[in-house]
Design a protein around this ligand. Structure first.
Ligand code: SF4
Ligand code: SF4
Length: 209
């Protein structure tokens, strides 16, 4: 009985290794795709989904209202939010509520962007920063302090009073473009901060005089 496999193989056997190297030779003359990371950083696409950022209004108050919609939208359960009420003595956002605790767990996050779509105030957006790797799980939980946007020249750090004569709607209408002259950061008593020593005594002296 004839061997069918031998009948179909018409090429000389010694050519097989050379044919195999054909793929290698073709690849040798192609443009190299090796990226010299991290020595050479590649520019990401403008709408790249990187690390999140909690944004501020132009006067430095926070845009987050602690509504938790981002946390509910997250398919990976990576966001934890606790809202709280603002007071006139300690105001973090122009309206009634603010995000007292805000955490994103980057061990869970898949950078899908559903949370930023859900945010009603554009408080939450994503940056182009992608270097999030870490050897500790605890370090991958980013806190509100880490996620909060930095201060620009027109801003005063929260907590501080709302712009005089403006309300929450005016902030979203873009009528507040900078911190009001003389705006000072309030004492964050809820975070354990205490009024500066001597402040109370100085006020008492002024009253007596
Ligand atoms: S980007 Fe996606 S996975 Fe990451 S926190 Fe937002 S919704 Fe969750
Ligand atoms: S980031 Fe946006 S969606 Fe999330 S709690 Fe704050 S305001 Fe709500």
């Amino acid at each position: 009985m004839a061997d069918e496999s031998n009948e179909k193989d018409t090429s000389p056997g010694f050519m097989n290794p050379v044919a195999g190297f054909g793929v290698t030779f073709k690849a040798m003359f192609k443009k190299r795709l090796t990226e010299q990371y991290p020595e050479q950083q590649k520019t990401t696409a403008p709408r790249f989904h990187g690390r999140h950022q909690l944004n501020r209004h132009p006067d430095g108050l926070e845009k987050c209202v602690g509504c938790e919609l981002c946390a509910w939208a997250c398919p990976a359960d990576a966001i934890y939010v606790e809202g709280a009420d603002n007071t006139e003595e300690e105001r973090y956002s122009p309206g009634e509520r603010y995000g007292r605790v805000y955490q994103i767990n980057y061990a869970r996050c898949i950078l899908c962007g559903l949370c930023i779509e859900a945010c009603p105030t554009r408080a939450l957006t994503m940056t182009n920063e992608f270097e999030l790797a870490d050897s500790s799980r605890a370090n991958l939980i980013y806190t509100k302090e880490q996620l909060l946007a930095g201060l620009e020249d027109t801003m005063v750090d929260s907590p501080h009073a709302i712009y005089p004569g403006m309300d929450e709607q005016d902030y979203y209408r873009g009528l507040v473009t900078e911190a009001a002259p003389g705006t000072e950061r309030q004492v964050a008593v809820s975070k354990g901060e205490k009024p500066a020593e001597g402040a109370g005594a100085a006020e008492a002296e002024e009253v007596e005089a």
